[in-house]
Write a protein that binds this ligand. Structure first.
Ligand code: MSP
Length: 536
């Protein structure tokens, strides 16, 4: 059986409501997953929620509800949002799932039995208000722990530690010999620098007296796991990893067909969680180098250069935007106005501007005018006869270049052009728009309304109209990864593959080539697809 393209996102914290940053990551992964489905690959897209931990316990206490009830409410908000945004995942990872708990505990037990986890005493400064040990990094400029920490006392606590640092050399060698572990590549350089400075082991527990909302350590019931072992393990627990078997070849076929994954994550959780803890955990569990995942690390959406945060009151609520402008407008904006890997500033004005310019004026207008002309001059019927017209042929060739560019944007440039990183979704969107641009330009240069009045130009007119319909068919196929709703809308209006209406297999990348619509095909009637967003 063919290998599955396995893609995951970070699992979102359930201590507060979803915001635009969560939406960005989910859509990004959804678009990449849809691209691979478009290619005809098996795809498995896993996402979910991170439900345990201190912050959740505190938020639940503040609201006076049990943590189970609190996370159930927030989880529902995430699920409803992914539904509205057309994010199509294949499995849902919720860390309170008993299957997940069993896997985490099995893994911890094995590492403990193999001597890779040990107990040790920690002595240090402890903030009672924030319920955490403090380090020198938490001191203010005057070298003191500021009032935000409340009462700070000396404490002694016993905890469990995972032997992280003994794998430092392995990780450095792995990163140096696997330069595509992280994309974009500048992030891999950041990671190597961080690993070079790595020292010390990883504390993986909290006494229950301090934190009860977590997965119990199987070898000491007075402790729960904290923090990353639980969350990161979702990537393997939900595809059936069996922690009692150390060799990958002894894992189930479901596991082997899916793993390894492409993890789509934000830049804040690469160091240390996904770039250091996770590969080391997998290595300690016996995963060989060729079974390591890869990371796609995206940047952040900021507000006027500042981080979005509840305390600054600048958090952008995706629900409000969907309500006002629609899911397509939001998907389009979030995918096209940020360079994958870099940060961008979120702006409602930009969202409207880009929607109106690219979707309403360019693509929407192309669909409308093309179908109108096909009806007006040919009663809706296409003729696939080709005439040798330089203007049309030139446009056809340009479109082939854009299709090539679209594929390269997802897959990365040929080794000759290493500057083009894989998963450059913004660039893929751009290539689709350029196809629409070429088609609109052909309308301007050939002026079908003039051709219609000249007897000798009837074949050229046929050819131009056929080119327009074909461009729209190709655009719909390519754009289906980013705007699935709109892609169906275009196919519906072209009256194309109606028996598959609403289904994903309606779109196949191999059909994105000239000549798909048969001679005599009758198109549908135009309906505005992207109504302009009017502003006062
Ligand atoms: N629960 C952890 C991840 C565990 S993965 C094993 C977590 N959750 S989170 O809710 O804080 O963040 C989820 C994802 O959203 C992260 O990848 C994070 O980088 C991303 N984003 C959070 N804010 C963001 C922006 N403002 N912009 C873009 N992405 C952002 O971390």
């Amino acid at each position: 059986m063919a290998k599955t393209f396995f893609i995951t996102t970070a699992i979102d914290y359930t201590n507060s409501a979803p915001h635009i940053g969560h939406a960005y990551e989910k859509i990004l992964a959804d678009v990449i997953a849809r691209y691979h489905r478009l290619k005809g690959e098996n795809v498995f897209f896993l996402t979910g929620v991170d439900q345990h931990g201190q912050k959740v316990q505190q938020s639940a206490e503040r609201e006076g509800v049990p943590p189970e009830q609190f996370v159930a409410g927030v989880t529902e908000q995430f699920i409803a949002l992914w539904d509205k945004l057309d994010v199509r995942y294949d499995a849902w990872a919720a860390t309170t799932d008993p299957l997940h708990r069993k896997c985490v505990q099995g893994m911890l037990q094995r590492l403990f039995d193999e001597g890779k986890i040990y107990k040790d005493k920690q002595v240090g400064f402890y903030s009672v208000r924030q319920e955490q040990f403090l380090t020198d990094k938490d001191r203010n400029e005057a070298g003191e722990f500021g009032p935000e920490w409340g009462e700070v006392e000396q404490r002694e606590e016993e905890n469990y530690y995972f032997k992280l640092s003994e794998h430092k050399e392995w990780l450095l060698n792995f990163l140096r010999s696997h330069p595509t572990f992280v994309s974009p590549s500048f992030r891999q350089t950041e990671l190597i620098n961080a690993v070079e400075k790595l020292s010390g082991d990883l504390c993986i527990s909290r006494p229950k007296s301090r934190l009860s909302w977590g997965i119990e350590l199987p070898f000491d019931r007075d402790y729960v796991n904290y923090v990353w072992f639980d969350a990161l393990t979702n990537y393997i627990s939900f595809i059936g990893y069996d922690p009692s078997r150390s060799s990958i070849s002894d894992q189930s076929s479901t596991f082997r067909d899916n793993w390894p994954a492409l993890h789509v994550i934000g830049k804040d959780i690469m160091i240390p969680a996904h770039g250091i803890y996770w590969p080391i955990m997998l290595h300690a569990l016996g995963f060989p180098d060729d079974q390591m995942p890869t990371l796609l690390v995206h940047g952040w959406w900021n507000i006027s250069g500042a981080k979005m945060s509840k305390s600054l009151g600048n958090v952008v609520d995706p629900d409000v935007l969907i309500e006002k402008y629609g899911a397509d407008a939001l998907r389009y904006y979030l995918m096209s106005d940020i360079v994958t890997g870099k940060d961008a500033d979120f702006s409602k004005e930009r969202l409207i501007e880009r929607y109106n310019a690219n979707l309403a004026n360019s693509l929407g207008n192309l669909l409308n005018r093309s179908l109108n002309m096909i009806w007006k001059y040919r009663g809706g019927k296409l003729s696939s006869r080709r005439v040798e017209d330089k203007r049309i042929r030139e446009c056809e060739l340009l479109v082939l270049t854009e299709i090539h560019g679209y594929k390269e944007a997802f897959e990365g440039g040929a080794p000759k052009y290493p500057t083009l990183e894989p998963h450059s979704v913004d660039s893929a969107v751009h290539h689709v728009l350029v196809v629409s641009f070429h088609a609109n330009r052909l309308v301007e240069v050939t002026a079908p309304w003039k051709l219609a009045t000249q007897k000798s130009e009837q074949e050229v007119l046929d050819s131009v109209l056929y080119y327009l319909a074909e461009s729209l068919r190709i655009i719909a196929t390519l754009v289906s990864s980013v705007l699935p709703e709109a892609a169906h809308g275009i196919f519906d209006q072209l009256n194309w593959k109606m028996e598959l209406s609403g289904k994903e297999e309606r779109f196949r990348l191999e059909d994105a080539t000239w000549g798909g619509l048969p001679d005599g095909h009758v198109v549908g009637k135009p309906v505005p697809l992207f109504p302009r967003i009017e502003t006062k």
